[in-house]
Design a protein around this ligand. Sequence first.
Ligand code: ADE
Length: 227
Amino acid sequence: MQIDIITVHPELLESPFRHSILKRAKDKGLAEVRLINLRDYAFSKHRNTDDYAFGGGAGMVMMVEPIALCIEDLKAQRAYDEVIYMSPDGMMLDQPLANRLSLKGNLIILCGHYKGVDERVREHLVTMEVSIGDYVLSGGELAAAVLSDAIIRLIPGVLNDETSALSDSFQDNLIAPPVYTRPAEFRGWKVPDVLLSGHEENIRQWRFEQALQRTRERRPGLLGRED
Ligand code: ADE
């Protein structure tokens, strides 16, 4: 999978993709993230990527031309399954959406800024709009990093132990159960006996009950959800 992120601030995204799981995905040849600087496609007199809003009002709007030229240039090099615009009014990112996107080939992610992008970008160039939550960030870059991380870690072979993605919270519409490691007792705080028992079936049952209880307490809306 190739994810091409179009941004006016590539420097904001350099670090997250140079480390940990995302770096491992690249080293294994499973997923690569490229940062595309939108300014390289700004050919107007002042090489701007944004301009004042028609009709007035505060805030600059990202121009359609550089974005169109950029997306067309990328599409001339390879095929993409989706052109995703990161926006607070997009489809809410959740685990089922991350699962679906992890099955795709190549993706373009467009990061917005200021008051957003010229609406014609959304009408004619973007195929999908994704939000990472009901709050407004100062740009789409951090949201694009969140989305890319959620997708890439699900690609088979990216995680060492593939079952660890399967046992994540939300994968079965349950919050993950608590986990512990050594020591078995710290300041009198004890690890539940069942986890030390070596009895696989009891441990499996305990984990399931804990997951169910946590989900009831923290995310009751997940229970009974079909996706
Ligand atoms: N850009 C600004 N805020 C955002 C959000 N909450 N989700 C996705 N993109 C955004």
